[in-house]
Design a protein around this ligand. Structure first.
Ligand SMILES: CC(C)(O)CC(=O)SCCNC(=O)CCNC(=O)[C@H](O)C(C)(C)COP(=O)(O)OP(=O)(O)OC[C@H]1O[C@@H](n2cnc3c(N)ncnc32)[C@H](O)[C@@H]1OP(=O)(O)O
Length: 259
C-alpha cells in the first residue's frame, strides 16, 4: 500500500513538470518513487499535448540518491533477481520527448545519475552534484561511472567517484555537466521556458535530434555521422521540413504541424 504520492505533477502550457516529493528524506529515490516517476514519464511521453518534461525536486534537494535505508538490508540474490536499479530506474532513458532536469540543492548518487539520464541539466546556483557511494562501501549503480565520465572526463570523474566529493553548481558548469546555472528559485521556471521554446519547434525534428545526439554516446564517430546523415535525410519526408525551409525563404515564422 502506497504511503503517499511521492511525485507531484502539473502542466504549464505544453510542458509537464514532475516534482519529486519526499522532502523529509531529501527525495531519496525509493522503489515507490521510481515506480511513480516511470509511470508519469510514460504517460507524458504518450500525451500529444506535451512537448517536453521537466523533472525537479525541492530547493534543498533534487534527490539525495537511492534510498539507503530501503536498500541497506537487501541481499545479492534479491537485488540480482529484481534487477535492482535496472528496469525501474531506466524509464527516463526511454522517453522520446526532451527531458530537462531542473536541479536545486543536492543531486547526489542516484540523484546525480537521474539528472544525467535527462537530456539537459539546468542547475540552481545552490546545486551540489556528487557520487558519494564510495562512502557507503559501494560504487554508483545507475550509470554514474559511465555518464559522469563521458560528461566531465576521466580525471575529474575519477576524483569525484573515488573520494565522494561534491561539486557546486559553478564547478559543474565549468566541467560541462550542466547547460547553465540560474538562481535556485528560478530553475524550474527557466526549465519550463526552455521546454516551451523546444515545444515551438517541429516535434519529429526534436525527437530525431535527441536520438542522434544520444547515439554519440553509443557508437564510433564514423557510425554516428552516418546515422545522423540518414536521420537528416529522413526529415525531408516531413511536412515540417517543407514548412521550415519555405518559411525561411519567405521571411516569415514557421508554422510546424509536427508531421
Ligand atoms: C543509485 C546508486 C546505486 O548509485 C546508489 C545511491 O544513490 S546510494 C546514495 C548516495 N547518496 C548519499 O550517500 C547521500 C546521503 N545523504 C547525505 O549524505 C546527507 O543526507 C546530505 C549531505 C545529502 C544532507 O545532509 P543534511 O542536510 O545534514 O541532512 P540529513 O539530516 O542527513 O538528511 C535529512 C533526512 O534525509 C534522510 N536521507 C538523506 N539522504 C538519504 C538517502 N540517500 N537515503 C535515505 N534517506 C536519506 C536522512 O536520513 C534524514 O532523515 P532522518 O534520518 O532524519 O529521518
Amino acid at each position: 500500500m502506497a504511503e503517499y504520492e511521492m511525485i507531484l505533477t502539473e502542466v504549464e502550457g505544453r510542458v509537464a513538470i514532475i516534482r519529486l516529493n519526499r522532502p523529509k528524506a531529501l527525495n531519496a529515490l525509493c522503489d515507490q518513487l521510481m515506480d511513480e516517476l516511470g509511470q508519469a514519464l510514460r504517460g507524458y511521453d504518450a500525451d500529444p499535448g506535451i512537448a517536453a518534461i521537466v523533472i525537479t525536486g525541492s530547493e534543498k534537494a533534487f534527490a539525495a540518491g537511492a534510498d539507503i535505508k530501503e536498500m541497506q538490508g537487501r541481499s545479492y540474490p534479491a537485488i540480482y533477481l529484481d534487477d535492482f536499479i535496472g528496469k525501474r530506474w531506466e524509464a527516463v532513458t526511454y522517453v522520446q520527448k526532451p527531458v530537462i532536469a531542473a536541479v536545486a540543492g543536492f543531486a547526489l548518487g542516484g540523484g546525480c545519475e537521474l539528472a544525467m539520464m535527462c537530456d539537459i541539466i539546468l542547475a540552481g546556483d545552490n546545486a551540489k552534484f556528487g557520487q558519494p557511494e564510495i562512502n557507503l562501501g559501494v560504487i554508483p549503480g545507475a550509470g554514474g561511472t559511465q555518464r559522469l565520465t563521458r560528461a566531465i572526463g576521466k580525471s575529474k570523474a575519477m576524483e569525484l567517484i573515488l573520494t565522494g566529493r561534491m561539486m557546486d553548481a559553478a564547478e559543474a558548469e565549468r566541467a560541462n555537466l550542466v547547460a547553465r546555472v540560474v538562481p535556485a528559485a528560478e530553475v524550474v521556471a527557466e526549465a519550463v521556458k526552455l521546454g516551451e521554446k523546444i515545444g515551438t519547434l517541429s516535434a519529429p525534428s526534436v525527437a530525431i535530434a535527441k536520438e542522434a545526439v544520444n547515439r554519440a554516446y553509443e557508437t564510433t564517430l564514423a557510425e554516428g555521422v552516418k546515422f545522423e546523415r540518414r536521420l537528416f535525410q529522413s526529415l525531408f519526408a516531413t511536412a515540417d521540413q517543407k514548412e521550415g525551409m519555405a518559411a525561411f525563404a519567405e521571411k516569415r515564422k514557421a508554422r510546424f504541424e509536427n508531421r
